[in-house]
Write a protein that binds this ligand. Sequence first.
Ligand code: ALA
Length: 509
Amino acid sequence: MAKLNAIKPMSMLMSEASTEGEATLKRSLGPVNLITLGIGAIIGAGIFVLTGQAAAKHAGPAVSLSFVLAGLTCAFAGLCYAEFASLIPIAGSAYTYGYATLGELVAWIIGWDLVLEYAFGAATVAAGWSGYFTGLLQDFHIYIPPQFTTTPGTILYLSQGHWLPSASLVGVNTAGLPHVTGVCNLVALVAILIVSAVLVIGIKESANLNSAIVIVKLAVVGIFIVVGGWFLMHHRELAHANWHPFIPPKDINGNFGYGGIAAGAASIFFAYIGFDAVSTAAQEAKNPQRDMPIGILGSLIICTILYIIVSLILTGLVPYHALNVPDPVAVGINATGVAWGKLLVKIGAVFGLGTVMLVMLLGQSRVFYSMSRDGLLWKWAGEIHPKFKTPWKSNIVVGIIVAILPAFLDVNRLSELVNMGTLLAFAIVCAGVWILRRKHPELNRPFKTPLVPLVPILGILSALYLIWTLPTLTKEVVLAWLLIGFVIYFTYSVKHSKVQKALGKASGD
Ligand code: ALA
């Protein structure tokens, strides 16, 4: 009889870690490196793309309050992640934590959920990346056939040398403009395939390269804040007009108003995803017990502050209803009249979003690899290429499936799926910390989540609240996703689980 609550023994985790060489990784990362790692994974399509859409469709200028709300939810979850990361001192993810503490079925749900976070997350970032990339090419008069740069059915108009959706042309009479109807977003598709190919060949994650890209991203965000902030200080009437009313009244479709702030938070929650990536570097940290929480919480705090300022300035520069565009931050800096600003933002976004795609697909392959190694997924998913030493089959299969998503699905739809999957994983991690404190109070916890059970409860409630505000269709798709997961678990995983086999042998079954 399969034990759904089978716990993966710590000894098994440790021996796997040593046979895979994880134990021999050099402990070279200090608190600043870990914060940098977190920021590298966090800043991406969320701030560069989704902020504009959340302002235009849900919250108006109050999108900055949405960032506060989503940031709080992440802070509760971040505190719980930090306890797990210090408790289980090996490189891992929420999946590994779940398996070692809460049992196999919960671990499976988290792992399956992480696919939504990482794979669908990479697809979302690819959709955002393609918007900035094609815009950048068009600045240099290079044109990819426009029908292959957007999702099916989206109409693009040619205006001032750029192919743009009608949402980007507020106040422009589109009637006489040349236009095309989107067939599929080939640019996003090819981007994912290229990143997957890089992962197959193998990439040495380099802390230095990551730091360089993080500096570029931070510089672009910093320049936006300085240029935009300076402009608004000298054009207070513009800010006054655009920020009033700060919380637009609810419209007939139920958007905006106080509910709009929550809906905006559920949508821009995506911007915070990635801080959990810090926990995967546990074994390269010089002093993981102290520095993991610093890395996780430090990157979160810095990004929260930046996001709130950027969203305030953006909605001050441009009327919120004109922000539903593929490249809102570029549109924002363009409003200041600083000619080079737009180009700079686009270049920063192209590099910055590129690395987020890489980190997410890498995270995805690590989760699939771990699950396959545990016997919970098919063997091929964990097969290592003899020369490149990468889980190549899983990279290729995941790459092809993930590439198809942004080609046909809108970035908003995709990001909502990612948000729901991740919020669910956060709720489980928060519950896990609380349950484990009760079941095993004796474990050595170098970092303790403060105020347990209050913080985990707030984490669970805020995650569930944000899930509740997501569209019904998103919830249905995620439920369907979980059902598919259960079918695989009960038809394949329970029979092949290595932990189940080991426990069965130990008990003489
Ligand atoms: N937080 C990451 C982004 O916004 C996933 O792209």
